[in-house]
Design a protein around this ligand. Structure first.
Ligand code: FES
Length: 314
C-alpha cells in the first residue's frame, strides 16, 4: 500500500508517532492487536513497526518510532527524512503476537518503545472489557510516551509505571511478578533484550503457550548463518535440489535460484518468510513460531537443517 503521512507527533524528545492514512481517504485493511507492518524507508530498506492505534479505527494506522542514535539507521530516516504529506510504501499488517482469545486475564509487560504493540492490545482489551494489567518500564517519566492514553479513564487503574532511572535492579521486579503460575493468564512482553531475557527466565516454570514475546531484532549471536554443514533444500513442486553452503541462508539460495519467496527482516523476527516443509528436520533459529508451528513450518531466512535434505512445500 502507498499511504500518506497525515501527522507526525513528538511523544517524547526521542519518540515520534506517524499517522498513516489512505491518500483517497479509504478505510485501511483490518488488523488485530499485536500486528506490525513493513515500511519501506526513503533509502529503500525495510523496517518493521508495530501498529499502536486502536484496531477498531479503520481510517488510520499509527506507528511509534524511537530514534535510535546507535541503531542501523532506519529510525533516524523515519525521524529526520519523513515529512507530513509524503507517501510511504507499507505492507499489509502481519501478526506474530496476537492476543490469546481463550485467556481469562492478560498480563502485558512493556519496556521503552516495546509499548507500541501492547498499546493496540490495551485498546482491544478495553473494547472486549477483558481483564488485563500493563506494566510499562522506562528510564524516567520524561522518556515515557503515551501517558495521556495510559492515564485515561478505564485504563489508568490497570497500568503500573516503573522507572529505573538507569539503575540496574531498580524498577519492575519481574521475578516477583511471575512467581505464581496462574491458569488462564497469558503474558505478553515486548521491549529491550534485557527485559525480554528477564521475563523469559522468570517465566521458565510457566507453560510456554502462556508466554508471548514480540522481537524487533534478533538477540545478538542468534542468527547462525555461517554455522553448520552444507545441506540441500528440495522444492517439492519441481523436484529441484539446491545445496545451501554454511555461509548462506536458505532464503538467499532460493532467491538467487529464482524461487519466489517473501521476506523482510531476514533475522527470524517478522514472519514474512514462513515456509511449510514436508520432510527433513529443520534447525530452527526464528523468534516467532511456536513449538507446534515449528513442526510444520520453517523460517528460511535464519533456520538451517539438521537433516541432509529439507523438502519445502513450494
Ligand atoms: Fe523475517 Fe524471515 S524474513 S522472519
Amino acid at each position: 500500500m502507498l499511504l500518506r503521512v497525515n501527522a507526525i507527533t513528538d511523544e517524547t524528545p526521542s519518540i515520534k508517532t506517524f499517522e498513516l492514512v489512505d491518500p483517497e481517504g479509504l478505510d485501511l485493511p483490518i488488523f488485530t492487536a499485536g500486528s506490525h507492518v513493513d515500511v519501506t524507508l526513503p533509502d529503500g530498506q525495510l523496517r518493521q513497526y508495530s501498529l499502536c492505534s486502536a484496531p477498531i479505527e479503520r481510517h488510520r494506522y499509527l506507528l511509534g518510532v524511537l530514534r535510535e542514535t546507535n541503531g542501523r539507521g532506519g529510525s533516524r530516516q523515519m525521524h529526520d527524512r519523513v515529512a507530513v504529506g509524503e507517501l510511504l510504501q507499507v505492507s499489509m499488517p502481519r501478526n506474530n503476537f496476537p492476543l490469546e482469545a481463550s485467556a481469562s486475564r492478560h498480563l502485558l509487560i512493556a519496556g521503552g518503545i516495546g509499548i507500541t504493540p501492547l498499546l493496540a492490545m490495551v485498546h482491544s482489551l478495553q473494547v472486549l472489557r477483558a481483564d488485563f494489567e500493563l506494566h510499562y518500564c522506562t528510564r524516567e517519566a520524561a522518556q515515557t510516551a503515551f501517558l495521556a492514553l495510559l492515564g485515561s479513564d478505564g485504563v489508568a487503574s490497570r497500568v503500573r509505571l516503573h522507572h529505573d532511572d538507569g539503575v540496574p535492579g531498580r524498577g519492575l521486579h519481574v521475578a516477583a511478578l511471575l512467581t505464581t503460575v496462574t491458569p488462564g493468564t497469558h503474558v505478553y512482553c515486548c521491549g529491550p533484550a534485557g527485559l525480554m531475557a528477564a521475563v523469559k527466565a522468570a517465566s521458565a516454570h510457566w507453560p510456554t503457550g502462556q508466554i508471548h514475546f514480540e522481537h524487533f531484532a534478533a538477540p545478538v549471536a542468534s542468527v547462525l548463518v555461517g554455522a553448520g554443514a552444507v545441506f540441500e533444500v528440495e522444492i517439492a513442486s519441481t523436484g529441484a535440489v539446491y545445496p545451501v553452503p554454511p555461509d548462506r541462508s536458505i532464503l538467499s539460495v532460493l532467491l538467487s535460484e529464482g524461487v519466489p519467496i517473501d521476506s523482510s527482516c531476514e533475522a527470524g523476527v517478522c514472519g514474512a518468510c514462513t515456509t511449510r516443509y514436508l520432510s527433513g528436520e529443520p534447525d530452527h533459529h526464528d523468534f516467532v513460531l511456536s513449538d507446534a508451528e515449528q513442526r510444520e513450518h520453517v523460517m528460511v531466512c535464519v533456520s538451517r537443517s539438521k537433516s541432509a535434505r529439507l523438502v519445502l512445500d513450494l
